[in-house]
Design a protein around this ligand. Structure first.
Ligand code: ADP
Ligand code: MG
Length: 259
């Protein structure tokens, strides 16, 4: 069954058609890649799914229902995302940064209510336990009490991922998660993304330029160029598709999928 369905989505910025009549489906439980050269429209698609942008045409359905909510409600529906650039509150601790993911999901309102009532400490402890569990899953428990500023870049990326996961999303949108990481960090993060799918059952939609990561992780890949879908299939299929190879001519050799 498709967890996410995109049908006929078009986004225009003035005269530029950034996304052009795009359609694809993400199967429940899949790691699905969305790739294409710079400017292809990938981040714009993410912004449509998270409702930062309303498409000029088309429909997006999540779990069979049209996504027509406000941006802050998307997380309540079960969709979480990370951004192309890390955005942490640097003056706050790692654990508080992760708890902010629950704030975004509205759970902290429950906390506020509880603080006025009798179960305050128990409720706060429950939420902190949940945040600690996620840090543990990602292997960064040791950083929990420290400040977010000054952390190695790879750890900052994991904290952002923890913040996305703490609300128990069904779908995780990752926009270039390994950008800026060294090769050891990349391999580790790829394993973590696979574990998030395998152990937590989270479906993943991944935009990524690192083709060895994309080809190694994804079950299915949709390829865009100039806003349109130009190919779709398994990693093996898209790597050998002449339209895909042509689209990447002129890109860095290391970005090209036929590696
Ligand atoms: P990708 O993530 O695949 O690199 P984007 O979705 O960021 O591509 O951009 C697709 C196209 O839309 C590009 O030509 C980009 O310059 C343009 N674009 C993206 N966001 C905006 C915006 N807010 N206003 C105007 N043009 C935009
Ligand atoms: Mg982008």
């Amino acid at each position: 069954m498709a967890l996410l369905e995109i049908q006929g989505v078009t986004v225009r910025f003035g005269g530029l058609v950034a996304v052009n009549d795009l359609g694809f489906a993400v199967e429940d439980g899949a790691i699905h890649g969305l790739i294409g050269p710079n400017g292809a429209g990938k981040s714009t698609v993410f912004n449509c799914i998270s409702r930062f942008i309303r498409p000029d045409a088309g429909v997006i359905r999540f779990s069979g229902k049209e996504l027509a909510c406000e941006p802050h409600e998307v997380i309540l529906r079960g969709i979480a995302r990370t951004f192309q650039n890390v955005e942490l509150f640097r003056g706050q601790t790692v654990i508080d940064n992760v708890l902010l993911g629950l704030h975004a999901a509205g759970t902290v309102d429950i906390l506020r209510g509880a603080l006025r009532g009798r179960g305050a400490r128990a409720e706060e402890a429950r939420l902190r336990t949940r945040a600690a569990e996620v840090l543990d899953t990602l292997g960064i428990t040791g950083y929990a009490p420290g400040l977010a500023c000054g952390l190695p870049y790879g750890v900052q990326k994991l904290v952002e991922l923890a913040r996305a996961l703490v609300s128990r999303p069904r779908l995780l949108l990752l926009d270039e998660p390994v950008a800026g990481m060294n090769s050891a960090e990349r391999v580790d993060l790829a394993k973590t993304i696979r574990r998030i799918r395998d152990e937590l059952g989270v479906t993943v939609l991944l935009v990524e330029h690192d083709m060895s990561i994309v080809m190694g992780l994804c079950d299915m890949i949709t390829v865009m160029n100039f806003g349109s879908k130009i190919a779709e299939g398994t990693p093996h299929e898209v790597q050998h598709d002449p339209r895909v190879i042509e689209a990447y001519l002129g890109e860095d050799a290391e970005n090209a999928p036929a590696c």
